[in-house]
Design a binder for this molecule. Structure first.
Ligand code: ATP
Length: 616
């Protein structure tokens, strides 16, 4: 296996190498597996740049030599060399771009996978605001590509090509070579360092401002109805304008820095060429240099500055790239809420349908209070269990642990007798699945939102839920969509989907905004049923439904549980329709307050009976 084949997914623990180091260094470390490609790119780039310099040097030699009227054969090698260098320059530059872009895009793909993987195991929505998150995923991730292509490759090429050119000029005339070395160091190092220093603070502000612009823009767009309703649209637009104005100011500063870099480079170039000309003429006068090499020296010196020309601009961008990198590592360094087991245990087949929660303790941070303070709970195979309790009791936290969005801090969950955290997360989901409190509806069609629960069918679809064949406005039942329709029936959504002109191919809009709240809940429920887990965990699944639909949906799901033998854990604050539950647990402040059958609890003094009375 070549180093380039190292999968970022396989390289667990190598998500964010070089913790604690400068973000620029860490971004380069991310590209380490592609190091050999970048090295080849630098070599090709050096050949291209070197060819351009040599072309001018040889042209100077030919012109100066031709002035001596030699026989044409004396120039033939130079003529051929000029042609060859012309071709080499173009071909090498093309190959350099090809190789470095290929390596940079592969690295970018690796980084994107790492970022998505990390987000899937963290709390992106709670920790980062959505617009800011988009900015981190798009522009900050691209900082890596920018750094590799424009921040790292040109300086390395400059070192190789500049070193060789200086050596050639030193061979022609030592003082000339020294002057060139000084000029190249000034324009290639001193000017870029000044540009980097001046560009550091604005660069950092630029990444922040870009994040602010995305955040305020996304907030203004998503919250438009509320902003209009409360007359706060002007303020929201003002925030967008402020962020935009800040970015424009910083872009102007950037342009100023580029101008400074270009001006300083032109000045040093002119002075160096003059100095080498004067030194060369003096050497010709005292006979230590022939006039022909003088021409070569002066024109090569002039051409050599092309090598370092891009460096001040590179340096001026380093501040922004560093800030982009810092924001990227901010995501990559976020501790995962769910750590994959080093050696996952094999999930028994068929997956178990019973679970036991033992002394489960969870909190949202080391300084946070306990959300669950040691709860015990049991769901035997095929049982229907409800977890009730007031707001903040810890019900959703329990669902998050069971659905593997969060690891327990103490105690644990046994799935079929084995430790839940010991199983691979995808395996565990075959056993325990369901609807989280705030299920996401993707901006796609109803069909795609449902097929998500059937990953084995793949994007083109070749499994049971295959969408191939006559779509007939997405309403066909050629056998391929049967399972989708069955799940929609269970969730009491099928009639409404049939009435839509595009049926299953109906676009649901961003976050499912083209569906009603109740339809979104039922779509999430259909998706959960479709995934056919052995234990279905439903966190407030009927929150947006009217009482009749709620009762019908729950009755259908519980019928399906009876027919197919899966266990159900229903998390709710709603006491209606709990008669079919085998056991009820009442949570309060992270503890189990009451447990028993619905009948037992209705007979006991306590939260359940009080809540029943209040509801009736
Ligand atoms: N992301 C979070 N960060 C910090 N604390 C949190 C977070 N989510 C929940 N909590 C806290 O954990 C405790 C349990 O919350 P949880 O959402 O599990 O309760 P719940 O019973 O599901 O409430 P509800 O019925 O209102 O959804 C609460 O004190 C809550 O403030």
């Amino acid at each position: 296996m070549s180093t380039a084949d190292v999968s970022p997914v396989a390289a667990e623990g190598a998500d964010a190498p070089g913790r604690g180091r400068d973000p620029l260094v860490r971004m380069v470390l991310l590209a380490w597996p592609r190091g050999s490609r970048f090295a080849l790119g630098v070599l090709l780039g050096s050949v291209a740049t070197g060819s351009a310099v040599a072309l001018l040097g040889i042209a100077a030699w030919m012109l100066a030599k031709a002035a001596e009227h030699p026989p044409i054969t004396a120039l033939s090698v130079a003529i051929v060399a000029t042609r060859a260098l012309g071709v080499t320059r173009g071909v090498a530059r093309y190959l350099e771009r090809l190789v470095t872009h290929d390596a940079a895009f592969r690295t970018l793909a690796d980084v994107r996978v790492k970022v998505y993987e990390r987000l899937a195991r963290t709390e992106p929505i709670r920790r980062f605001r959505s617009g800011d998150l988009v900015s981190r995923l798009v522009s900050d991730t691209e900082s890596t590509q920018d750094l590799l292509l424009r921040g790292l490759t040109p300086p390395l090429i400059a070192v190789v090509a500049g070193g060789v050119t200086t050596a050639v000029c030193t061979a022609l005339l030592v003082p000339g070579g020294l002057v060139l070395a000084a000029g190249l160091l000034l324009t290639g190092l001193a000017v870029p360092l000044v540009a980097a220093r001046l560009g550091r603070a604005p660069g950092e502000r630029q990444a922040e401002a870009r994040g602010r612009l995305s955040t305020s823009l996304v907030d203004a767009l998503h919250g438009a109805p509320d902003l209009v309703a409360y007359g706060a649209m002007d303020r929201a637009v003002h925030r967008v304008e402020e962020a935009d104005a800040e970015l424009t100011r910083l872009a102007r500063r950037d342009a100023g820095l580029l101008g400074f870099g270009a001006g300083a480079t032109a000045l040093v170039t002119g002075l160096t060429v003059w100095a080498s000309l004067l030194l060369g003429v003096a050497a010709v006068d005292d006979g230590s240099l022939h006039p022909v090499p003088l021409a070569v020296l002066v024109l090569t010196t002039l051409a050599a500055f092309e090598i370092v020309q891009p460096l001040p601009a590179v340096a001026a961008r380093l501040g922004a790239l560093r800030a982009g990198g810092a924001r990227l590592f901010d995501v990559l360094d976020t501790p995962a809420m769910v750590e994959p087991p080093a050696e996952p245990a094999a999930l028994p087949e068929p997956p178990p349908a019973d679970l036991r929660v033992r002394g489960l303790k969870v909190r949202y941070g080391p300084q946070e209070p306990w959300a669950l303070r040691g709860i015990d709970l049991e769901v035997p195979a095929g049982a229907k269990v409800a977890v009730l309790g007031p707001s903040g009791a810890g019900k959703s936290t329990l669902a998050e642990v069971l659905l593997r969005f969060r690891d327990p801090d103490a105690g644990g969950v046994e799935l079929g007798g084995g430790d839940l955290v010991g199983y691979d997360r995808d395996d565990a989901r075959r056993a325990i699945g369901g609807v989280p409190q705030d299920p996401h509806v993707f901006a796609s069609t109803l069909r795609e939102n449902l097929r998500l629960a059937l990953p084995e069918t793949g994007p083109a679809g070749n499994g049971d839920a295959d969408s191939s064949g006559d779509t007939d406005n997405g309403q066909h039942t050629d056998g391929g969509d049967e399972r989708l329709w069955e799940a929609l029936e269970r969730a009491r959504l099928a009639d409404e989907v049939r009435a839509m002109p595009h049926g299953l191919d109906t676009e649901v809009g961003v976050h499912g905004t083209r569906l009603s709240g109740g339809m979104r809940s039922r779509l999430a429920m259909a998706r959960a049923v479709l995934a056919a887990p052995r234990i279905l965990v439903l966190d407030e699944p009927t929150a947006h439904l009217d009482p009749d639909t709620r009762d019908a949906v729950m009755a259908d799901v519980l019928d399906a549980a009876d027919a197919e033998g899966f266990s159900t854990l229903l998390i709710t604050h709603d006491l209606a329709g709990l008669e079919r539950m085998d056991r009820i647990y009442v949570l309060s402040e992270g503890r189990v307050l009451q447990e028993g059958t619905p009948h037992e609890l209705a007979e006991q003094d306590g939260w359940y009976r009080d809540a029943l009375r209040l509801g009736s």
